[in-house]
Design a protein around this ligand. Structure first.
Ligand code: FER
Length: 183
């Protein structure tokens, strides 16, 4: 399935964007959990245009520069809504190379394993701290309470899930390190 298609439809459903503005979104918040490259975005814009889910208007910028500003069509809105409301099975676990190393831990020396886990803990702690900071910034912007009505509700949901995931990862790494130190 072309999930990028729905990321683009979702963005355009919030407002019209040039191709450049769209790639900026994929470099910011959205790109933190759904990354896409220019080389993927532009062909998808072309495909969605051909399918009639989006359309563009050529806008003159300055004296010579032209840019395409994309908008979602009524058919695009229906397509997005169909995807959003479709119930899904639990997907297969996302591959995590560190888990593969954990599974084969007995092939390492105890000191090597401890070093590896301590390093991962330090890095995961950093990631959790970054996410916590982003959440604090979001609360500054949107207020401390979030509800379905808030335009920031989706951002809040994705961010809090990410923070829980990283905190959970840290707790597991700490427990593993305790078990290793116990010998
Ligand atoms: C954000 C910063 C980081 C964000 C999401 C993330 C949705 C990370 C998500 C993840 O690691 O799963 O502003 O907004």
């Amino acid at each position: 399935m072309r999930v990028l298609k729905y990321a683009i439809l979702g963005l355009l459903d919030k407002g019209s964007l040039s191709g450049y503005d769209m790639t900026s979104h994929f470099k910011a918040e959205l790109g933190q959990f759904w990354s896409a490259k220019h080389s993927q975005i532009y062909p998808e814009l072309k495909k969605l245009t051909d399918e009639g889910f989006i359309e563009f208007e050529t806008v003159i910028q300055g004296s010579k520069l032209e840019k395409k500003v994309y908008s979602i069509t009524a058919a695009g809105k229906r397509e997005l809504h169909e995807w959003l409301t479709a119930y899904q099975p639990v997907p297969n676990t996302v591959k995590d190379e560190f888990m593969l190393k954990a599974y084969f831990i007995s092939a390492m020396e105890p000191g090597e394993a401890e070093g590896l886990f301590a390093d991962q803990l330090a890095k995961r702690k950093q990631k959790a701290a970054f996410l916590k900071e982003r959440l604090e910034e979001l609360k500054q912007e949107a207020g401390p309470e979030f509800s379905f009505q808030s335009p920031h509700f989706g951002h809040y949901l994705v961010l809090t899930r990410a923070l829980e995931r990283e905190n959970g990862y840290c707790n597991w790494l700490k427990k593993a390190l305790e078990l290793m130190k116990r010998g």
